[in-house]
Design a protein around this ligand. Structure first.
Ligand SMILES: [Zn+2]
Length: 180
């Protein structure tokens, strides 16, 4: 995957040079403490502010400062489309793609308001469902982080004909959470 042009969190278009992308990704993962799939994977490099507050991780690319959870999103799912990359785990330096989701700031607030309540939107009975429950299970089984192969978020999105935002939501169980 070679995203040449992406939109930053502020919605502005930002260019990452294609020839540097593989190096950028390797550099990125060399500074993330990768743990179990369910654990937080914290950025080990610079942060956006001093301790004791746990600030976002920061990585500089071609003179631009990037939040590391936003970079993790781009590595796995390509563009942020100008939306907000949020943490399910409320741990700012975490870069585990399974702990990230994307939405507008309004979504973020609604999600916070909804936490603790059951979600009435369930699976295949929804009129606009495009995946079956077995496909959802297959996506979860196959999804691999920090890869560009056929089981990356982008490739799975293409294969199943959905957006990469949907793949993320399936992997981190914001959608289809009733499917085991
Ligand atoms: Zn986390």
């Amino acid at each position: 995957m070679n995203p040449k042009i992406v939109r930053g969190q502020d919605g502005r278009i930002v260019t990452i040079l294609k020839r540097n992308w593989e190096e950028i990704v390797a550099d990125f993962w060399s500074r993330v403490k990768i743990g179990e799939p369910s654990e937080c994977w914290e950025w080990q490099g610079g942060r956006n502010g001093p301790p004791p507050i746990k600030h976002y991780g920061i990585m500089w690319i071609n003179g631009k400062k990037w939040k590391t959870h936003v970079l993790s999103w781009i590595i796995h799912f390509q563009s942020t489309n100008g939306l907000c990359v949020c943490h399910l785990c409320d741990n700012p330096p975490c870069c585990n793609p399974a702990h990230l989701w994307i939405g507008t700031f309004g979504d973020n607030n609604r999600d916070k308001a909804k936490k603790g309540r059951s979600n009435p939107e369930r699976g295949e009975s929804r009129y606009n469902a495009t995946l079956t429950e077995s496909e959802v299970r297959e996506i979860r089984r196959r999804f691999k982080s920090h890869t560009t192969g056929p089981d990356s978020g982008v490739s799975l999105a293409k294969e199943f004909g959905v957006g990469s935002t949907m793949i993320s939501a399936i992997v981190n169980r914001r959608r289809w959470s009733h499917v085991q």
